[in-house]
Design a protein around this ligand. Structure first.
Ligand SMILES: O=C(O)CCC(=O)C(=O)O
Ligand SMILES: [Fe+2]
Length: 418
């Protein structure tokens, strides 16, 4: 038959839900049907005759219009990674127009999945568990107290875990990065760019942040990987912690009430924690961090649509989420607390703790802080920025982070490059 094939008409239209669909027909032989193949990440996965009636194809004058195909994509593609999907004509071995396309599965975590996958400390019987670990000397009295607080309130505050010299060095690294306009990721209103590509007047600290500063500043890495933080995270999450990202704020975020897990995606959202490290004393006019103790347990999770607790787009439902959280926390009667931190103090919070940044009273008031998110490495085994590659793992103090700027060259790590 291959000699007969002159022109294949049609296209790979795209995805509808988990179906990849399109149509294919032989221009010279409208009565024939074409066999098409589904190729996933370069590997033949399925084939079928393209013979489904497509009204639009018929209407546009192509034979009897029975040239449609639709492949169901396997569930294994729902893994949070991006997959290359091509449709190939079997006889010619040629890919259809608009191949390949890229299929990005959305992680879907519903209420049941969330509540069935809780770390031990979130379970009801935690009291006995803490006691048992204390008796077997697995944990110290100090850690037991922190764990009880974590279970009840969804946060802990740690003093004296990051020394003044480290904080001072982070601050001078920041000043130098800004002065030199080093290659440091800057996320502002217009998306993510590098400080080095901005003119000084374009660098503003309202509603903006620096990303992954721990990859270029060893002091920042030292802080987010401080031994007492990593030790505590390890006990809570029962695994080797990976610091998956860091955010550096120069001013109060003024971010409205939210939980972090809908935005920082992992398949097991309860296995996610954040640290907030004060890089200077927080003053009231700078818009302190606020949080609602116990909200991680007592505020029912918000449905972003189709039962998914994870958010995928900015927009109206994010506003609804924020309003819902604020209203619900208050309706339940939860107390709102402010973190009037001293430089070097750390607040760790549960991924479902409701928190945000208070409005700034003084527009110029700074409030430097460093935020990091952690997950167990066995759950978060790939760098979210390069999910198709083995991550570049840097070990520190019993935890790891995935290096960014080094890109395989450790000599470039912890350097502010222009
Ligand atoms: O520092 C703040 O105001 C809030 C930061 C925050 O919510 C976050 O980074 O997740
Ligand atoms: Fe947050």
């Amino acid at each position: 038959m291959s000699e007969l094939v002159r022109h294949i008409e049609g296209r790979f239209d795209g995805f509808a839900s988990n179906l990849s669909y399109g149509w294919a027909s032989i221009f010279e032989d409208r009565s024939s049907r074409v066999v098409v193949q589904l190729i996933i990440d370069g590997v033949l996965a399925d084939e079928q005759r393209a013979d489904v009636l497509r009204g639009d194809v018929l209407a546009s004058g192509h034979g009897d219009g029975r040239y449609g195909f639709g492949f169901e994509l396997p569930d294994s593609l729902q893994d949070g990674k991006t997959h290359e999907i091509a449709i190939r004509v079997k006889d010619t071995g040629l890919d259809m127009p608009y191949s390949p396309r890229f299929f990005s599965s959305y992680l879907h975590v519903d209420k049941e999945l969330f509540s069935k996958n809780l770390p031990w400390i979130d379970l009801d019987h935690r009291g006995e568990d803490i006691l048992r670990r204390l008796t077997t000397k697995e944990i110290s009295v100090e850690t037991a107290k922190l764990l009880a607080k974590w279970h009840d309130d969804g946060y802990v505050i740690m003093d004296d875990v990051i020394d003044a010299a480290t904080i001072k060095k982070i601050n001078s690294d920041i000043d130098q990065a800004v002065l030199d306009r080093a290659h440091v990721l800057y996320q502002g209103q217009g998306g993510i760019t590098s400080l080095k590509d901005l003119r000084p007047e374009q660098i503003i600290w309202d509603h903006s942040r620096i990303l992954e500063f721990h990859s270029v500043s060893e002091a920042a890495a030292e802080a987010i990987m401080a031994r007492p933080l990593i030790d505590f995270i390890k006990v809570v999450l029962e695994g080797e912690p990976v610091a998956m990202q860091s955010l550096l704020f120069m001013k109060g975020s003024t971010q409205r009430a939210h939980m972090d897990f809908p935005y920082v995606h992992t398949p097991f959202p309860a296995y996610l924690m954040a640290s907030w490290i004060a890089l200077e004393d927080v003053r009231e006019e700078a818009g302190p961090l606020f949080y609602f103790p116990k909200s991680h347990r007592l505020v029912p999770k918000f449905d972003f649509g189709f039962g998914n607790l994870l958010a995928y787009n900015d927009g109206w439902h994010v506003r609804d989420f924020e309003e819902y959280l604020d209203a619900t926390a208050r309706r339940i009667g939860l107390e709102q607390k402010l973190f009037m931190a001293k430089s070097g103090q750390v607040l760790l919070w549960h991924s479902a703790l409701v928190h945000g940044g208070m409005p700034r009273l003084g527009q110029d008031a700074t409030r430097r802080s460093l935020v990091a998110h952690y997950s167990p490495r066995n759950i978060y085994s790939r760098d979210r920025r390069y999910s198709d590659r083995e991550p570049l793992v840097v070990s520190k103090n019993g935890g790891v982070f995935y290096d960014f700027q080094g890109e395989g060259d450790p000599k470039l790590r912890f350097r502010l490059m222009k």
